[in-house]
Design a protein around this ligand. Sequence first.
Ligand code: SF4
Length: 85
Amino acid sequence: MCSAICPRDAISFQYNEEGFLYPEINRENCIECFLCGMTRACIHLLHFDFKGAFSFHPLSFIVFPILCFIVLQDCINIMKSIKKS
Ligand code: SF4
């Protein structure tokens, strides 16, 4: 997810000592855009951590509800198309 949104291809994943994939940021390629902060802020909102979300990106309080609406609308459309067939 993170590496897919990065415009500079600065994120790669490495296995840590416990065998889990862990993101690594190439600081030379990173331009410190808003995308990483927005992703982390939305994840914090998913966990109802409003303070954490605000610290990562204040606009997440606008973007996250819009994303939820779009996803919900898509789910409803998919369910309608399944019901028709
Ligand atoms: S902040 Fe850096 S690593 Fe994150 S998406 Fe932007 S360029 Fe990529």
